[in-house]
Design a protein around this ligand. Sequence first.
Ligand code: NAD
Ligand code: WQD
Length: 343
Amino acid sequence: MTTKAETVLVTGGAGYIGSHMCVELLQSDRQVIVLDNLCNSSAASIDAIQRITQKQLSFVEGDVRDSDLLARLFAQNEIDAVLHFAGLKAVGESVAQPIKYYDNNLNGTLRLVEVMSAAQCKTLVFSSSATVYGIPDSVPIDESTVTGAINPYGRSKLMVEELLTDLYEADPSWRISLLRYFNPVGAHASGEIGEDPNDIPNNLLPYISQVAVGRLEKLNVFGNDYDTPDGTGVRDYIHVVDLVKGHLKALEYLAKGPKLAIHNLGTGNGYSVMEAIKAFEKCSGTTIPYEIASRRLGDAAVSFADPTKANTELGWQAQFDLDRMCEDVWRWQSTHPTGYPKA
Ligand code: NAD
Ligand code: WQD
């Protein structure tokens, strides 16, 4: 007897993390449907996913806030689970345009769970963020650390966590996984998919790689007077492939029964900005010009995960170190200096 392949809806599947997720899902013989409005991504990533895996997925261009479209998708397909990546993620933009962020991130999730509920599909993995911890009092950060986001983006993540928790309290037949990512970096080893920011990158690794490839002149290091070994900010960078493998483990965990679970996805190691620059220089053979600038508002000195709960409950552990993350970013960036081909 053969069992039917699991069908997974991936919202935001054309984006940076979602595209890596689709590769792992297809390689684990799941059927994949991507729903993405391409507001921060390119359909070229969908072609690349199919090239890497030599498998087809179903791509629907549309908005996760479109209830009618969602209802049609659930009527036409037997969807077993949803991985919900669709959302806006730029902290600075969220401060300037909070309503855009609350609308997209909250209403997107509300419309999704309404339609899922009506379709009796109650397995959901949500892309949360270590940003829900705000500026932590101590490290490592475990899941019992008090939350308190400090910008609209972070608050939108926290509000979604809260609304999903309320949903589970009201209907404990749901299977919900809230995954709090630390700092996702890296790219698929093929070099075919990777991070492709629309504008000047906000995040460290994409900024460094665009300096390395000559798109940007120099890196601004935001502060070298923090209470850290070299004075620069320390973060828990995690390879995007490790990160998405954590989602497969979360799906397996949810398959065991209804629950609402919260897990940190991080390596448990902290690296400073200077260490990241050095690692990138080594793996790319380039020199990264940089200048010390003032601290960036809202930045913590140090943030890294205690990933014990994901290690023990999910049976998941990150495998790749910072050198490997930089190698893979460089393979992607050096072969795609301006990102995906523009339509
Ligand atoms: P991304 O912008 O590359 O991917 C998000 C995708 O969602 C994009 O393809 C975008 O076009 C799509 N999208 C946005 N709003 C949509 C909507 N209303 N309807 C349909 N599609 C929509 O970002 P990413 O880095 O891949 O992040 C994925 C998720 O992980 C996001 O929810 C983000 O908040 C979360 N996250 C990211 C990081 C990070 O540093 N990259 C860290 C923690 C959490
Ligand atoms: C890392 C370190 C900076 C850029 C952000 C979001 C968070 C999450 C992940 C989504 C810090 C320093 C950076 C630069 C620098 N995203 N830096 N020069 O701030 O930890 O987290 O992305 O959920 O919500 O806030 O990551 O990559 O921006 O910064 O010196 O040009 O690099 O000060 O110490 P961050 P980051």
